[in-house]
Design a protein around this ligand. Structure first.
Ligand code: HEM
Ligand SMILES: *[C@@H]1O[C@H](CO)[C@@H](O)[C@H](O)[C@H]1NC(C)=O
Ligand SMILES: *[C@@H]1O[C@H](CO)[C@@H](O)[C@H](O)[C@H]1NC(C)=O
Length: 507
């Protein structure tokens, strides 16, 4: 009996030890979490209450983020804070705020957050590509090289414009072979835009029916989809989860396959490379790599070659192709605008000659329509994330170094204080009283400042040449049996139209 009592007392003291330890650990963890989430600065932007561990992640529906953000914007104003687990985010809304950050304090806002989720693709502190690179020497060198190489230097005989013009010829034949039947433009336009990037970077174009090409585009689409949703966000915030064997491979299967594809294209270049005959961007990059140690320190390494070209592909194809899909959708919905564009094409270019970039200056209406497509289509609604490079101030708020910044480009392109009819398709936003083209400063679909889109020149060229050439050859009409297409977008990182069918009637 005594033994039993003794045992019981031992057991219960053990239990109480465990529960004391438990309570202690819980208090400690909560305190640690509290310290991590605490904002010790005065004048930090306001925001919703942050919960233990997850911060404010529950306030945001990652599949439909804009809906949640609307409410937060109403409640807290143009500058508000959020917290993903332990990292701080600040959201900027409206032309005035975004411009002040990106243009007037360009360097303060020029950094990017680090993305551990991409480490399995070879992204790391020594090789970051361009799009997600931290602000600094290597990013500057790679950006400078890429801009000058794309600017028609250093890519062999064929200029960028020739590549675009050649591709639109193939696109027109493909559209023509639909013979005025209803079809979904999306696939052909996407193929054509991807081909422009492909020939520019890898010197290779694919026939639209090509099996390899279909596979590439499919992989690419999957890899974009893998970025959306709660799980990738969480993995990024709690990178230790990525160390669980198999997790990155499982969650990011498409991205991995896409990179494998790129590796094949690059290996092929390395085998056939000839410094006297530079065929494309990859060749130009390889030439830079040959320069040895200094070049390597400036970021010209094999791993960066993979990442930079993957970046150009990712940043340059979906954005441009989606913008064109919006363009043709708006032409369906506004036939009177389509006719005015065609009248201008007939007057300035005629029906025979191919449009060139030189024509743009004499086509204010067409130019205004393309700009309005970009404004109203709002293809990259919240831009790419930035990060503060040093402590900074914005409209009286203090924002510490290392804060992730979301620039709401949508709120700039639809800012009621700037645009006459922000929520309508209205090309006159870009025309003055005399019908001359004007570009309001709040036109920021490519963002602004040091991190602004590097492909703007190529994108402008593609939009103008594709759009005018197709409207020169075809009139786009809604098939009789089809409902009027929706005007609202489907939001991922880009906002694209819901699928629609169209008839391309030869003119
Ligand atoms: C209509 C088409 C396009 C749109 C709307 C667009 C828009 C954007 C936006 C909003 C950003 C983020 C800027 C920021 O962080 O503040 C960006 C970055 C970038 N874009 Fe584009 N883009 C387009 C086409 C292209 C093309 C064709 C290319 C490639 C040739 C390209 C390459 C890049 C790169 C490399 C960056 C990252 C720049 C950096 O971090 O330094 N884009 N783009
Ligand atoms: C961005 O601005 C648009 C338009 O003002 C708004 O609907 C959306 O919720 C905003 N998104 C964010 C992230 O603040
Ligand atoms: C790279 O740097 C970031 C931030 O400076 C750090 O969190 C990360 O662990 C580093 N990654 C590697 C692979 O060294």
């Amino acid at each position: 009996m005594a033994l039993l009592l003794w045992l019981q007392s031992q057991l219960s003291s053990c239990w109480s030890n465990i529960s004391v330890l438990g309570v202690f650990l819980t208090v400690f963890t909560l305190l640690f979490d509290f310290m991590k989430r605490r904002k010790k600065w005065s004048h930090y932007p306001p925001g919703p209450v942050s919960l233990p561990f997850i911060g404010t992640m529950l306030y945001v529906d990652f599949r439909n983020p804009h809906l949640s953000f609307n409410q937060l914007h109403k409640k807290f104003g143009n500058i508000f804070n959020l917290q993903n687990c332990w990292s701080n985010l600040v959201v900027l809304n409206g032309y005035k705020t975004v411009k002040e950050a990106l243009v007037h304090r360009s360097e303060d806002f020029a950094d990017r957050p680090y993305f551990p989720v991409y480490e399995h693709l070879g992204y790391g502190n020594k090789s970051e590509g361009i799009v997600m690179a931290r602000y600094g020497h290597v990013w500057k060198e790679l950006r400078k090289f890429t801009l000058s190489t794309l600017r028609n230097f250093g890519m062999g005989k064929k200029s960028l414009e020739e590549r675009v013009t050649e591709e639109v010829g193939f696109l027109c034949s493909a559209v023509n072979s639909e013979e005025g039947r209803p079809f979904d433009l999306r696939f052909l336009v996407n193929n054509a835009v991807c081909n422009v990037i492909c020939t520019t970077i890898y010197g290779e174009r694919f026939d639209y029916g090509d099996a390899t090409f279909k596979k590439l585009l499919h992989l690419f689409e999957n890899s974009l989809n893998e970025e959306a949703g709660f799980l990738p966000q969480l993995l990024n915030e709690v990178p230790i989860l990525l160390r669980i064997p198999g997790v990155p491979q499982k969650v990011f299967r498409g991205q991995k396959a896409f990179m494998d594809f790129i590796d094949v294209l690059i290996d092929k270049h390395m085998e056939t490379w000839n410094p006297a005959h530079i065929r494309d961007f990859t060749d130009a990059f390889l030439k830079e790599m040959e320069k040895g140690k200094v070049a390597e320190e400036n970021g010209f390494s094999y791993n960066n070659l993979r990442l930079v070209t993957a970046d150009l592909f990712a940043a340059g194809s979906e954005t441009t192709s989606t913008t064109l899909q919006w363009a043709f959708l708006y032409m369906l919905l506004h036939p009177e605008i389509q006719s005015k564009v065609q009248a201008e094409i007939d007057k300035v270019i005629g029906r025979e000659r191919s449009p060139t970039m030189k024509d743009q200056a004499s086509m204010p209406y067409t130019n205004a329509v393309i700009h309005e497509v970009q404004r109203y289509g709002d293809v990259v609604p919240i831009g790419l994330p930035h990060m503060t490079y040093r402590d900074t101030k914005l409209q009286g708020f203090f924002i510490p170094k290392g804060t992730t910044i979301i620039t709401n480009l949508s709120s700039v392109l639809k800012d009621e204080a700037v645009w006459e009819k922000p929520n309508e398709f209205y090309p006159e936003h870009f025309l003055d009283a005399n019908g001359h083209f004007v570009k309001p400063e709040a036109f920021l679909p490519f963002s602004a400042g040091r991190r602004a889109c590097l492909g703007e020149q190529l994108a402008r060229m593609e939009l103008f040449i594709f759009f005018t050439t197709l409207l020169q050859k075809f009139t786009f009409v809604l098939p009789e049996d089809q409902p009027r297409p929706r005007e609202d977008g489907r939001f991922a990182l880009t906002s694209s139209p819901h699928p629609y069918l169209v008839r391309a009637v030869p003119r």
